[in-house]
Design a binder for this molecule. Sequence first.
Ligand SMILES: Nc1ncnc2c1ncn2[C@@H]1O[C@H](COP(=O)(O)OP(=O)(O)O)[C@@H](O)[C@H]1O
Ligand SMILES: [Mg+2]
Length: 364
Amino acid sequence: MIEVRHLNKTFHLKSGDVTALDDVSFKVEKGSVFGVIGYSGAGKSTLVRCLNLLEYPDSGEIRIGDGKAVVLRDGQATIDGRKMTGREQSAMRRGIGMIFQQFNLLDRLTVFDNIAYPLQHTGRNRKEIEKRVWELLELVALTDKANVFPSQLSGGQKQRVAIARALAANPPILLSDEATSALDPEATESILSLLKELNRKLGITIVLITHEMAVVKRIADRVAVMEDGRIVEEGNVYDIFSNPKAEISKRFVASSSLLGKMDSLIRENAELAEIREGEMLVRLVFEKECVGEHVLTSAAKETGIDLNLLLADAEYLQGRPLGGIVGILSGAPESVEKGMAYLQEHHVRCEVIRDGRVPQNGGA
Ligand SMILES: Nc1ncnc2c1ncn2[C@@H]1O[C@H](COP(=O)(O)OP(=O)(O)O)[C@@H](O)[C@H]1O
Ligand SMILES: [Mg+2]
């Protein structure tokens, strides 16, 4: 549905060059929700602006839907080796709706007219436009606000109007650039569930740009993690959450789960993490369909280890359990070895946070 290959974009400033996109490649499947997460300045907004040619990448290739590949060369868009026409670029943009953090509504127009605005000059008559606007108002549950002005709406309601406007001409793709970043948690939840509903019911493909992992976790199928203009890690949301590889992904995961926060909790509560000689402080992560409690009980029985629970966290992600515990593992040396092997075999990933079996350097 969306395929991006080797996209590059550098801004030339007086103070020096800023590489906003550095060899960015990814694919978004039709009908999926693709998250792009990164801290401020990572290049996320540049990426969405490049996707619909609001900004021209210096080089690379973009293919949208069944369309031909748009090849960017020296900051120019070409198709089949010739310059892309203005008409072709407009057609490409019409297939991509966009929503932003700051809503971008026209304050002097009513909700109804804001949504009708992009439908003007599209060959539809008044009646058709009216019918479509009411459909859209219904879709975003704002039929009772048709005649009010944006200033009379809450942030969440404004974003609903923006979504209706973005979808007015039935684009198969919606790009969302920090659409929930200015909203309180309740409004954020309502907008995310609306986006998910639009994705499920209408099959709209969504590219979701955000700096919040909770947003990705809530509705994305896959996620790309961006840093300094590059995608440093990409994958299924569950896989990234259960086993982040890049340092920055680990930080994002930590920011949105108790399990990830355990390191800092342990650092802040030294007494929590105190272990005696021969003991180990471990983090056990339950992967895939593993039923944690059962495995722990049988591990204790079969191998003679003892596990003293300190912290636990569990949740459901993409319909699968994700969670783990931090605890103190103890027992005879050979039991501990056996116990750890047993856990690994039964899809419990065992990470040693502190190992009391070896002498600590420098002493505590
Ligand atoms: N129009 C521009 N002119 C110059 N530099 C820009 C422009 N747009 C973005 N940048 C720079 O590119 C980098 C990426 O910015 P941006 O894509 O907005 O990141 P993000 O959306 O992840 O916060 C930043 O260093 C930013 O300062
Ligand atoms: Mg941005």
